[in-house]
Design a protein around this ligand. Structure first.
Ligand SMILES: Cc1ncc(COP(=O)(O)O)c(C=O)c1O
Length: 360
């Protein structure tokens, strides 16, 4: 039931799909991010640049290895860009964690121009499978990448799971050992064909391996990935069309020529034109039976990052402005045409009824 043949099959299929040398199945993207930083040799005295517009997993893994999180603002596309990276990077910056927010991949090659060549790039690809920049898939843009198979992601291994990918043999070797107690071979090798019972613990490792039960689900999901991705793209296109003429919201930005995974469909409200705030819009949608969410509350607004690093409201104005206006609409592969059109019509109705009237 635990790590074995199915897990190795999933790793091989995943590596082949992305065209990477190494894919290591783990029990979350958070574990993959942690293992990558550890394998890069990042530790106390090192800085890691993380966009503030992300989930706390990105910041907490820096704390796990004793590094300092240096937050950066994002561009209007909610992504870390070269300008934001240049402003945030310090002499101690050893790694950068571009986040492929919502499924739009970050142009990592452009980011590389902003920092010295020995800085490592760890892609947070939790939202971005399958996605690419000009034909280069996520997972091959940085020095390593972390994918999530959490329940809501574009593929799942039954609720929790993740994958670390890299072309760097040394990083893969270190992470492979550290994901299972710092032991020099996993259970498959120990109890497999050779029946070899001897093992050595070379490090204080972690317990991050994926189970075969989860991998079996992952293999079926990976087979369906393109079908599910096309369904998501169709839903995004239907939303795009429904919202095309509406000046009360902006549709999610995307770069032509790149493949978007459409994990999220995130609209941005024109609050100046509305008499209500984002929370009220969401309450009214909930009242119509439409559950929405907010991605993300920027990291610098959370107590942990304020207490630990002294960040304050006002530090990253672009992220704050995006956050106030952002609503993630429902999107999942089996969503029917009727469901999409009911959500779109309801959103347009709620916004139209809340239009700020100009006093004459
Ligand atoms: C941007 C981002 N990174 C990392 C993660 C962590 O993924 P996991 O739950 O697989 O650890 C998430 C989870 O939602 C996420 O949204």
């Amino acid at each position: 039931m635990t790590t074995g043949a199915r897990t190795h099959e999933l790793e091989a299929a995943f590596a082949e799909r992305l065209g990477v040398s190494h894919a290591l199945a783990v029990n979350s993207a958070t574990a993959a991010l942690h293992l990558a930083l550890e394998a890069f040799g990042i530790g106390p005295g090192d800085d890691v640049v993380v966009p503030t517009y992300t989930f706390t997993a990105c910041g907490e893994v820096c704390a796990y290895v004793g590094a300092r999180v240096v937050l950066a603002d994002v561009g209007p596309d909610r992504l870390l860009g070269p300008d934001e990276l240049s402003r945030a990077a310090t002499a101690a910056t050893k790694a950068v964690m571009p986040v492929h927010f919502g499924g739009q991949a970050v142009d990592v090659a452009a980011l590389r121009q902003a920092v010295p060549t020995d800085v490592r790039f760890l892609e947070d690809a939790a939202h971005a499978l399958p996605a690419d920049v000009n034909g280069t898939p996520t997972g091959r843009l940085g020095n390593a990448a972390a994918f999530s198979f959490y329940a809501t992601k574009t593929m799942t291994t039954g609720g929790e799971g993740g994958m670390l990918v890299t072309d760097d043999a040394a990083v893969a070797e270190r992470a492979r050992r550290m994901r299972l107690h710092g032991i020099n071979a996993d259970a498959w090798n120990r109890y497999g064909a050779g029946g070899r019972w001897f093992y050595e613990v070379t490090e204080a490792g972690f317990k991050y391996n994926l189970t075969d039960l989860a991998a079996a689900i992952g293999l079926v999901q990976l087979d369906r990935l393109d079908e599910m991705a096309h369904a998501r793209a169709r839903i995004a296109a239907a939303y795009d069309q429904a919202f095309a003429g509406c000046e009360l919201l902006d549709r999610p930005p995307r770069r032509e020529g790149d493949r978007h995974a459409w994990h999220l469909y995130v609209i941005s409200l024109d609050l100046d034109a509305l008499a209500i705030d984002r929370a009220t819009v969401m309450e009214r949608l909930a009242g119509e039976g439409i559950g929405c969410s907010v991605h993300f509350i920027p990291l610098h607004l959370h107590p942990y990052y304020q207490r630990t690093y002294g960040y304050r409201l006002g530090d990253f104005p672009v992220a704050e402005r995006l956050y106030e206006r952002t609503v993630s609409l429902p999107i999942w592969p089996d969503m029917s045409h009727e469901q999409v059109s009911r959500v779109a019509t309801t959103v347009l109705g709620v916004l139209d009824a809340a239009r700020r009237r100009v006093e004459v």
